[in-house]
Write a protein that binds this ligand. Structure first.
Ligand SMILES: [Zn+2]
Length: 320
């Protein structure tokens, strides 16, 4: 049987609600998918002496929620299959994990191309066309999940046979539904039913484009995240690898900033100006030249070729 999850997005709270079997989970928008893409699952399972126990551990960790839904049960089924010898079990599990790894790679490649490759320059073009283009190039089919209203249980409805459609009855049912759900905002109330990880990926990506969100890589832990409230946020809300009482964002805000902060301020000012004047290619070229030079100096700074003072001086001289 295929796994079946229902997903609903809360636009105001930047939260996604996922129900699976009898479980109800909620995540900050995008984290369920991106945690799956960033996780080193194949290696964890391959290095484990006891796969059953490892799967149990993973099932308790919400970071692995998507793995648990779409892969874990399938692996367990192979392990529990009495007709298979150990070598055959291993072979089948390896196949599932290889396929999963390929899926992770496909998703991360698509995201890299849409949002992260040359992000400062291609920031002008983070549209859905870029998504469709890379999917086509990878021969990856975008699969739409079933879409419905949150209050409308698609499985409990009488389904119509195309030969029995009676518009009058249908229209009455529709009007009843509208009357009973007068306050429902169509988009916020929508929910999706996914029976494959590809459907889940597609709806997450389409929602990102629909809402003009982006995907970034956290400058502290290196994992992917959707900065919903502020597209230029640098740090995610995961627990930071350095301190388990703080998120990456909280950890980073305690670090001294100095010249990096100055760079960031000037950078944001410049890119905002470019974005406001999309047809001004001179401005765009000037920005790109500035960015190339700034990147070079930043690298020199981290290699101790120049000092903080040198970089600050250059930033101030080139801030116009
Ligand atoms: Zn982080």
């Amino acid at each position: 049987m295929k796994p079946l999850i229902k997903i609903k997005y809360d636009k105001l709270k930047y939260v996604e609600y996922i129900s699976y079997k009898s479980m109800e989970k909620h995540f900050d928008f995008g984290y369920s998918l991106l945690n799956f893409i960033c996780a080193n699952i194949k290696e964890t399972i391959n290095n484990s002496d006891d796969v059953v126990k490892e799967l149990e551990n993973l099932s308790e960790n919400d970071d692995y929620f998507i793995f648990n839904v779409f892969y874990s049960d399938e692996i367990k089924r192979q392990l529990e299959n009495p007709t298979l010898d150990n070598a055959e079990k291993d072979r089948r599990i390896k196949k599932i994990l290889d396929y999963m790894e390929k899926t992770q790679l496909t998703f991360s490649t698509i995201i890299d191309f849409c949002f992260l490759y040359n992000a400062d320059v291609t920031g002008y073009d983070r549209g859905i066309d870029r998504f469709i283009f890379i999917c086509n190039k990878l021969n990856y089919a975008i699969s739409q999940p079933k879409y419905t209203f949150a209050t409308f249980d698609i499985n409990k409805q009488d389904k119509l046979n195309i030969k029995d459609v009676d518009f009058e009855t249908l229209d009455k049912e529709y009007i009843d539904f509208k009357l009973n759900n007068r306050n429902l905002n169509r988009f916020d109330g929508a929910s999706y039913t996914c029976d494959s990880i590809d459907e889940f990926f597609s709806i997450c990506m389409l929602t990102i484009f629909d809402r003009h969100y982006i995907i970034s890589r956290c400058k502290n832990c290196g994992k992917l995240f959707v900065p919903c409230k502020k597209n230029d946020a640098l740090y995610c809300d995961r627990i930071s690898p350095q301190k388990d009482t703080k998120t990456c964002k909280q950890y980073a805000s305690k670090k001294p900033k100095g010249v990096q902060e100055l760079y960031r301020k000037i950078y944001l000012k410049k890119i905002a100006r470019v974005n406001r004047n999309k047809d001004n290619y001179t401005l765009k070229n000037e920005f790109e030249t500035w960015k190339t030079q700034a990147d070079k100096l930043k690298a020199d700074l981290s290699n101790n070729i120049i000092t903080d003072d040198d970089f600050e001086k250059w930033l101030l001289e080139n801030d116009k």
